[in-house]
Design a protein around this ligand. Structure first.
Ligand code: NAD
Length: 229
């Protein structure tokens, strides 16, 4: 069996280390190009990479996409804190190569984002998103909370208050969506129990993305198919 050769950007980071462990435990994958920060770029080696996984920083994105596009290599990106500039870059490069970006690579959050559609039936309720993360997290609110907010606002067709962000300790990630009326409160809650959940989702996404055409994908497409409900 031919193994999927994976390149990892941000390999010495918290997520990078987790991704290495998941790749090493997966018999179908091979850690082919672990790219360290400020390491000299090896274009010959990069040409043999089947798919890149990038969990680094918004500043790295342009180089990652440019280098991947040179060899038509797909990119799975989990970096958060993107502005419009980086989101435009993702769309621009997705015309040339398959690009999958998700602010949260867990399968549970992908399902949660779908479940939000059902809240359209109670759109007259009040809504509030709350998220909790470890005290080293750079962006606030989390990329996941922003994505949940976008999907929730789409479902209930109204502007909602900013997500409440709490930082402390070693929390991997908790997201809660409160739907509140005078008579009842409904809470959707997702808890990441470790970082492996994001790494497993990213590697699963990478194995899926190598078989796709150029385009912009998200983790939900791995589960539900592109543009399908
Ligand atoms: P980290 O700071 O521990 O690691 C980041 C790594 O990227 C470091 O090794 C750093 O040297 C490298 N890096 C930073 N800028 C770079 C550049 N310009 N070029 C090359 N390498 C560069 O951070 P982390 O906790 O591993 O998180 C990384 C990113 O992933 C963050 O944006 C975080 O919010 C995001 N994240 C996403 C998910 C998800 O499921 N999508 C889950 C967890 C974290």
């Amino acid at each position: 069996m031919k193994k999927t050769k994976i390149g990892v950007v941000g390999v010495s980071g918290r997520m990078g280390q987790e991704i290495v462990k998941v790749i090493e435990a997966n018999p179908r994958c091979e850690l082919f190009y672990p790219l360290h920060r400020d390491e000299k770029w090896d274009s010959k080696k990069a040409a043999k990479v089947d798919v890149w996984i990038d969990f680094s920083s918004p500043e790295a994105l342009k180089d990652v996409l440019k280098r991947a596009a040179e060899h038509k290599t797909p990119v799975v990106c989990g970096t958060t804190g993107f502005s419009k500039k980086e989101k435009d870059l993702l769309s621009q490069y997705a015309k040339k190569i398959p690009v999958l970006w998700s602010s949260n690579m867990s399968l549970g959050v992908a399902v949660l984002n779908e479940a939000l559609k059902s809240l359209s039936a109670i759109s007259h309720f009040d809504f509030q998103i709350e998220e909790l993360h470890h005290n080293r997290k750079k962006d606030k609110p989390s990329g996941t909370a922003i994505t949940l907010q976008e999907n929730l606002e789409k479902a209930v067709q109204k502007k909602l208050p900013e997500p409440v962000a709490i930082r402390g300790g070693g929390i991997f990630g908790v997201h809660k969506i409160y739907s509140m009326s005078d008579e009842e409160v409904l809470v959707f809650e997702h808890t990441a129990l470790n970082r492996t959940v994001f790494a497993k989702g990213a590697v699963q996404a990478a194995e899926w993305l190598v078989k796709q055409k150029p385009g912009l994908y998200q983790i939900r497409d791995v589960l539900f198919g592109k543009n399908k409900a």
